[in-house]
Design a protein around this ligand. Sequence first.
Ligand SMILES: *Cc1c(COP(=O)(O)O)cnc(C)c1O
Length: 419
Amino acid sequence: MIPALLPNYARADLAFERGEGAWLWTVDGRRFLDFGSGIATASLGHGHPHLVKAIAEQAAKVIHTSNLYRIPQAERLAQRLVDASFADSAFFCNSGAEANEGMIKMMRRAMSDAGKPEQFRIICFEGAFHGRTLATLAATGNPHYMQGFGPPVDGFDHVPFNNMNAVRNAIGPATCGIIVEPVQGEGGVRPADMQFLRDLRAVCDEYGIILGMDEVQSGIGRTGKLFAHEWSGITPDIISSAKGIGGGFPLGAVLAKEAYAKALKPGTHGTTFGGNPLACAAGNAVLDVVLAPGFLEDVERKGRKLRAELNKIAAEFPTVFVDARGLGLLLGMKAAIPVAQVQAACIEQGLMAITAGDNVLRLAPPLVVTDADIDQAIGMLRAAATKVAATIGNATAPIGKAAAPIDKAAAPIGKAAAQ
Ligand SMILES: *Cc1c(COP(=O)(O)O)cnc(C)c1O
């Protein structure tokens, strides 16, 4: 008989009762170091006093009123995001997929309002992940996720990531714009080349098309800037944000320049829950922490420290890891054996890591992770790699290039990232 809770996830047999900072305790009292942050979402870690207080106080006053009325918490959050970014205006919703739906609709509608309704197609990238709704599935373009769900939503063209020739070749008379992740998260923690992002800006300007960025995973401080595109020095036209923006409370946003934001007039788009007082109280509390002086610089510093250690571990255990990659505190290690084995060895040591496509072990600790936490995580990861390497060592003769044949067994891009 089917469980009452629909079994659409392959869940690990762990249930957590409480957390503090980067640590979580299971209902049976075991302690784990959380370097997954609920998929890069618990940006302030667990039980952060400021976030807890903001949510509790707002819940006691008023939780939800709907967008039929003014919402001061949303007005404040929007103003703060606008002041801290390239954007002129913000729309709030409840998830990453919904933020991307909003961004896609805004791009198409802006083109239509400009008298070019035939320009509705959006160029997306191989290895992308944009969500599980019908339009964002089509934008994601991964056949594993689309199978059996009927004809894909039309209007998405996929080209190889970081390949400017392919982008230029894909632009046609029906092209509306481009959507790119500054760091592909689910696709394998693959950062875009900064020059690639600059070239995308230039090609969008050249053709008069719209540059959208999916910052659902890379935004709100995850890479050491408020938004990851800031590393490239260019500004996009529209971005989507979610995951870390509410610190674990469901919240998403579309941030846009005025020329595009104005396309979503009353009646064109909306949501019942989006940007309600409680969600925006959470969002404001997250910004209080993330925008405090020195916080983002410290995220960057901790990211460098963790990355340096991951590089060392990758070099020490060539039969287990191929490389280390990523930006800020969105880091990954491509495994030389099926990544699920490495992930399981980490859990045995008390370290929660997640996986991503391209056979990658993904490390995305809370942004408030401490140096001591990082040191402990590295110890656990090294212990896990030692154990895994020992089992491989028994099975294979020469150390080193054993990775090639084993690697073929790796999951195809995106598959290991199913969520
Ligand atoms: C997680 C993610 C999404 C989807 O977000 P949901 O909140 O799960 O709908 C979209 N884009 C990127 C880059 C993501 O990482």
